[in-house]
Design a protein around this ligand. Structure first.
Ligand SMILES: NC(=O)c1ccc[n+]([C@@H]2O[C@H](COP(=O)([O-])OP(=O)(O)OC[C@H]3O[C@@H](n4cnc5c(N)ncnc54)[C@H](OP(=O)(O)O)[C@@H]3O)[C@@H](O)[C@H]2O)c1
Length: 387
């Protein structure tokens, strides 16, 4: 039986954050909230604070911190900005940190939580992609735990925990294929924001939804899997499985495969990471095996979805290549969501960013944060000139 886990939830107002709070509500004897950090959605954060009464709260901007101070019925510590994320992540009463900020903005707080020896449940895959070796170092030196929330990686954790590394031949992570799975290359290039946000099987925040439409999300997940499970690019395959019921497969040296199957509801991997190794009643009904009749599996088309190939290339190059790819991609996705560039420009910008930048080894947090900033400036200029 696990003791009460005391959570700091970074990105509390997002899709993963709100699902995490639903899991907390389902297990009040196992999970409590100590700290909540949001970005700009102060109304939702205020409601969450009134409901869960965290002692430490953070928002992105100083003006929202001031607003919260005068709009809460009690007096928690209220912080803002990058310092605020750190204050929540490192709060002395929190033993578990849910890293669910979107993008590289979550990098420093994820690293700090790992360094402080917390259990860190990571949804923020960008922090693993951008600063992978730094995260592993912080984990080693801090002596805490890193548990993935991404459904495919939570599945791999279930499949691979306790295995002898030499017994693993390959893993396969599944992808729904996104809204453009059956579209022609030309039609994909000209897709609108509304079309790209119309994900067939998962309801998520806007950035990851666009990444799912380009398959960059799967590419980031390939890099994340390599880091978390010490696998080579050749050992990680992507399988298109539009039903999103099988989340990952592990293939062993004897030719046997094991699959992880569950409903496509993020509350399942969130609960798994929070409570591991304990398993309690699920937040959704047990898997309905009638659905298995619909399962299909297919290979991804790298010509129509070049972002997936770019992620493999960045993984093989190593060093800061994944950080460069991520920074270009975040910049291009933000521009696409603001209707400033066509959908096809996302992959083109990412490809040119990788080609234009050398990829020295990852050394420290300042270096990757600096590189992240520089690549965003480069990508912004590229998008203005060519997007
Ligand atoms: N959604 C999913 O099903 C899913 C599945 C697997 C992995 N993930 C990963 O989980 C992460 C979060 O995804 P999501 O879908 O939950 O995104 P989301 O709905 O857009 O939520 C993002 C969260 O981050 C906060 N935030 C953004 N910028 C911030 C900043 N500079 N400082 C502090 N907080 C900031 C947002 O605050 P405001 O909204 O208040 O501005 C919000 O709470 C991403 O890395 C994604 O790849 C998501």
């Amino acid at each position: 039986m696990t003791a009460l886990r005391r959570l700091a939830i970074l990105g509390a107002t997002g899709s993963i954050g709100t699902s995490t709070l639903e899991v907390v509500e389902a297990h009040p004897d196992k999970l409590a909230v100590v700290a909540l950090a949001g970005g700009r959605n102060r109304d939702l954060l205020r409601d969450q604070c009134e409901r869960f009464r965290p002692t430490c709260v953070s928002v992105a901007q100083a003006e929202d911190a001031a607003w919260l101070t005068s709009h809460l019925s009690y007096h928690p510590e209220i912080h803002h900005g990058a310092e605020g994320l750190l204050a929540c992540a490192l709060h002395p009463d929190a033993d578990t940190v849910v890293a669910a900020v979107v993008g590289a903005a979550g990098l420093a707080s994820t690293e700090a939580a790992l360094r402080a020896g917390r259990r860190v449940c990571v949804a923020n895959k960008e922090s693993l992609v951008v600063g992978g070796p730094l995260m592993l170092k912080a984990l080693r030196e801090g002596g805490g735990e890193l548990l993935p929330i991404d459904s495919e990686h939570a599945a791999l954790h279930q499949l691979l925990a306790g295995r002898v590394p030499t017994s693993i031949r390959e893993v396969r992570i599944t992808a729904s294929g996104g809204p453009f799975r059956e579209w022609s290359r030309a039609r994909i290039q000209a897709a609108t924001v509304a079309e790209a946000l119309n994900h067939p099987t998962w309801k998520m925040g806007p950035k990851i939804t666009i990444d799912s439409a380009t398959l960059m999300n799967k590419g980031l997940e390939v890099i994340e899997a390599a880091l978390l499970f010490d696998l080579s690019a050749e050992q990680i395959q992507v399988t298109i499985h539009p039903q999103s019921q099988v989340h990952a497969m592990a293939g062993f040296t004897d030719g046997t495969y094991q699959l992880q199957v569950c409903a496509n509801d993020m509350k399942l991997p969130i609960q798994y990471a929070l409570l591991w190794p304990e398993r309690l009643n699920g937040p959704v009904p047990p898997y309905d095996w009638d659905l298995a009749r619909t399962w299909t599996f297919d290979a991804p088309d790298l010509d129509r979805f070049p972002c997936l190939a770019l992620a493999y290339a960045a993984l093989r190059t190593g060093g800061t290549a994944p950080a460069i790819l991520n920074a270009a991609n975040e910049t291009a996705v933000a521009a696409f969501l603001e209707d400033r560039i066509p959908f096809g420009a996302i992959a083109a910008c990412n490809a040119d960013a990788l080609a234009a930048h050398p990829a020295p080894p990852v050394e420290n947090l300042e270096q990757v944060l600096d590189l992240d900033r520089q690549t965003r400036v480069w990508a912004d200029a590229w998008l203005v000139a060519r997007g």
